[in-house]
Write a new protein. Structure first.
Length: 245
């Protein structure tokens, strides 16, 4: 219904200060549409944000809210990053480029939307915090390592009927919370753990293994690895059968 309403002839008559916000990769509303709207409303301010999500409360919502606050008040919020201990989960679709080539843009977009919906359902169920989407994957944080592993396993199982394989890597460490997301060595380590994961594998660092002692989750040692850009040798573990739901 919203998409069928044509108000282009009304735009030049808008007489109030106007802020137009749109993420550059928005899959529902193309950035060109936002640019057109802003060009037709007298004095409108256009802000193009990074990301692909359409819903304002998903993805880099803090960055979006900063723009709204500055537009309404004239000042941006002053914010100092806070450091917390968190379990970081990275997910990544296996052979996404090949899937896109085989299916074509329209079918791939539909499958990717289904993937995103299924992943977000499990993130919500296990009380994770979605930080951002990474094109064909997610970056998520949890306040508990065992819950993070259970979420990763649930995501893997939920995606099986779609035919999509998924790799997942987890690490627990201190991170810095920022308006635009998170950063810190813990985030880099989790990303490097993901790189060592095989299709449909949930791979965790030794730190995660030590923190889930007594949880009933079974892990098998995969080996010791040099993680790119990370000092020392890292022992990694794969989640095996028998994890507690």
């Amino acid at each position: 219904m919203n998409a069928q309403i044509d108000i282009r002839n009304v735009l030049p008559t808008v007489q109030v200060p106007t802020l137009v916000l749109n993420r550059i990769g928005d899959e529902n509303v193309k950035i060109e549409e936002a640019r057109y709207i802003a060009s037709k409303i007298p004095g409108a301010k256009l802000v193009e944000l990074p990301g692909r999500d359409h819903l304002p409360w998903v993805g880099n919502s803090g960055e979006l809210l900063n723009e709204v606050q500055e537009f309404l008040t004239g000042t941006r919020p002053s914010y100092r990053g806070d450091r917390v201990l968190a379990t970081i989960l990275f997910t990544d679709i296996v052979s996404s480029t090949q899937h896109m080539s085989d299916l074509g843009d329209r079918k791939w977009r539909s499958l990717l939307e289904r993937h995103n919906s299924l992943v977000r359902t499990e993130i919500s169920r296990f009380k994770g915090i979605e930080i951002e989407t990474t094109g064909d994957g997610f970056l998520v944080t949890f306040d508990g390592s065992a819950r993070a592993i259970r979420c990763a396993c649930a995501i893997r199982d939920a995606l099986q009927p779609t035919g999509l394989g998924i790799r997942q890597g987890l690490h627990t460490g201190e991170i810095e919370l920022l308006d635009e997301g998170i950063r810190g060595i813990g985030v880099h380590i989790a990303a490097r753990v993901l790189e060592q994961a095989s299709p449909n594998e949930v791979l965790v660092s030794r730190t995660v293994k030590d923190l889930i002692s007594g949880s009933g989750i079974n892990l098998a040692e995969k080996g010791s690895y040099h993680l790119k850009g990370i000092p020392e040798i890292w022992r990694l573990y794969t989640v095996s059968g028998g994890w507690v739901s």
